[in-house]
Design a protein around this ligand. Structure first.
Ligand code: HMG
Ligand code: MG
Length: 300
């Protein structure tokens, strides 16, 4: 039976948040429009975080204001990262319909990334989740460092399961499992998924795998076989986390779609259009696309 795969494009946020040079608002808006035209229907467009912490996301309000052209396409979701109430209120004022809350499975990363403990972060999300429920705003949850943390080392699967279930209890419709530093292999990813899926159904889990060690596509495939149908990815493999030194971008969206095109699975995304988009943004950023599929297709 053909399975439907939901691809959550995180390039405009996770992909661009770590860029050293300023990426203009116009480039971001053009990128989002091109992504919509590939058939992607979930595009994380910005984060409402402190500009002192992540300067590249400082133009979140302008990006949101520039979205109408892309919003003409029906059924496109534009989730926004919101770490606290201040972020949530600003995102709602900009017209957000979906927000993402993000906690970590490691204390070290939680402190470095959002300046509080895991327990404090969950407490911060309580009023945010209440308000989201009241306003009918969809909430997506993220757990970072599901395999290993750059500060605390290996992470126990039981800890990931605990944080994921907290995010679900808060009302998240889905929890995205972040291998933030790309340390996972199919074996460690499956151990983690087995622990989490005992508490959160696989249908409400997403894989968010960075490709630092070149394992992201293998990890996606293992997770798909396990039963996951939602995966986060970044056009041209852009990205990295400012608080995970050396970590590279997510699995490239082109590589993900190529994988699923070769399986009995449908993403609804046009691979040729993705490759064009990846070539365009890589050219704007002055580098080669970080996707084997795009490089191979451009070389034809
Ligand atoms: P803080 O300094 O602890 O915040 O930062 P605070 O509440 O003590 O406030 C200090 C100042 O920041 C105040 O301003 C607040 O108004 C302001 P002041 O009075 O000094 O002028 N402030 C804000 N400004 C703008 N937007 C806000 C906001 N909140 C407070 N939302 C905070 C806490 C969470 C804001 C900070 O740590 C932060 O912005 N961190 C950013 C973290 C981040 O974006 N990391 C990358 C994304 S996570 C990721 O990539 C992982 C993921 O991809 C999954 C994976 O791969 O694993 C999702
Ligand atoms: Mg990430």
């Amino acid at each position: 039976m053909t399975r439907n795969i939901r691809v959550v494009e995180v390039g405009p946020r996770d992909g661009l948040q770590n860029e050293k040079e300023v990426v203009t608002t116009a480039t971001k808006i053009e990128l989002i429009g091109r992504l919509v035209r590939t058939g992607l229907r979930d595009i994380e467009v910005a984060s409402f975080v402190s500009p002192k912490w992540v300067p590249q996301m400082a133009d979140h309000a302008e990006v949101m204001a520039g979205l109408p052209a892309a919003q003409c396409s029906p059924g496109v979701n534009y989730p926004l990262l919101t770490p606290n109430m201040k972020a949530f209120e600003a995102a709602i004022a900009c017209g957000a319909k979906e927000v993402a809350i993000f906690a970590a499975a490691s204390e070290g990363f939680s402190q470095k990334n959002i300046n509080c403990s895991i327990a404090e972060s969950i407490q911060r999300f309580v009023p945010l989740a209440d308000e989201a429920r009241r306003l009918g705003i969809r909430v997506r949850g993220y757990v970072s460092c599901v395999i290993a943390c750059p500060y605390d080392g290996p992470i126990q699967p039981a800890k990931v399961a605990e944080v994921a279930s907290r995010l679900l209890d808060l009302g998240s419709y889905e929890v995205s499992l972040g291998d933030t530093i790309g340390a996972g292999t199919p074996s460690s990813i499956l151990k983690m998924l087995e622990a989490v899926a005992r508490i959160v159904p696989a249908t409400q889990l997403a894989g968010h795998y960075h490709d630092t060690f070149g394992m992201a596509v293998a990890n996606v495939y293992a997770s798909y076989e396990f039963g996951l149908s939602t995966f986060d990815s970044s056009i041209a493999g852009l990205g990295g986390c400012p608080y995970a030194k050396g970590a590279t971008g997510n699995v490239a969206t082109e590589d993900l779609v190529y994988l699923f095109n070769g399986l009995d699975a449908q993403t609804g995304v046009d691979l040729d259009a993705l490759v064009d988009c990846a070539a365009w943004i890589s050219n704007v950023l002055g580098r080669a696309p970080n996707s084997r599929v795009t490089r191979a297709m451009l070389a034809k």
